[in-house]
Design a protein around this ligand. Sequence first.
Ligand code: GMT
Length: 373
Amino acid sequence: MKIGVTCYPTYGGSGVVATELGKAMAQRGHQIHFISYALPFRLQHYDERIFFHEVEMVSYPLLEHSTYAIALAAKMSEVGTQVGLDLFHVHYAIPHAVSAFLARSILGPHGPRIVTTLHGTDITLVGNDRSLFPMTRFALEQSDGVTCVSHYLLDKTRQVFALDRPMTVIPNFVDTRRFSPTPRATLREHLAPRGERILVHLSNFRPVKRVPDAVRVFATVRAALPARLLLIGDGQDRPEAMHLAATLDLTRDVIFLGKQDDVESLLAVADVLLLPSADEAFGLAALEGMSCGVPVVATAVGGVPEVVQDGKSGFTLPVGDVEGMARAVLTLLTDEPRRAEFAAAARRRALEHFDTSHIVPRYEAYYREVLGR
Ligand code: GMT
């Protein structure tokens, strides 16, 4: 198949899933054409079956507000014709599903089919905004296939948009060979030179991630035993988290690493991963941690319980329950056999349910089903 993939190319779960799926599809012999405004950040190596088409924006004083959705549609229709795409697979509904609809309208009834994958905030935050609601609903109705990354998100989409069209759940996945519990003693020693326990949080630091809660949880843990908190990522709430760490006198032990490429090495040195989000359609960061053999302490929101089993591969608690999350972390850190048991269960869950080899064929079958209709 020849597949056009559109996603947000910057750091973020939907871009990661789109890119890893494109790479895996190329390995299965398909031709993949990424169409976006920048090269997706996890697309680092040359592959003869992967191409990148940059969406260029026209600059003119009258066009002060972004014309990205239109420019993207134009590029999608151009690539669609040039390479004879079978399918547009767009990740994140806004504006990608709308651009795909426009591109297909240009290309006519024999043009590519559209598969839209919903990732979370495109429905729970953005698509729910009254001004974007009709456009998002229309684009979902016009897609030939719609997939959701969790059952929670599928139910939410039905409820929010009152949609009765068929939709399918295809969960996110992880490369369990790359995200593995490989011991990295030198890195661990560098990050925790006095043998401190390591907590890790990975996100885009948007308010929905509640990064300050991760710092507050850490403050309680740090009061009980020597520990360090690694914060991977960057975004709007970083200044607040830094201020809070300084106020709580934790500057030495809270390490702001910013955006990192080698996430798997950093996750693999952690003892516990924190995900205190207010909402999470899936929680890819939790899955990546679990694949590295790291138990997760998270909030029981959205699709997280579909990934993390409470009391087995981690603990899930109510949003904002900082003390509860701190207690859960300390339960694990003060009982190494139990922590090791959770770590093994986390790794097993990633291997048995979410490995690339289980999920990518489901997308491939779904593409064929949509094309066969
Ligand atoms: O979490 C974000 O704000 C980023 C967003 C994205 O589109 O990159 O993440 C969403 O998609 C991820 C990949 O499917 C999911 O793992 C995240 O749970 C989801 N985020 C939210 O629902 C808040």
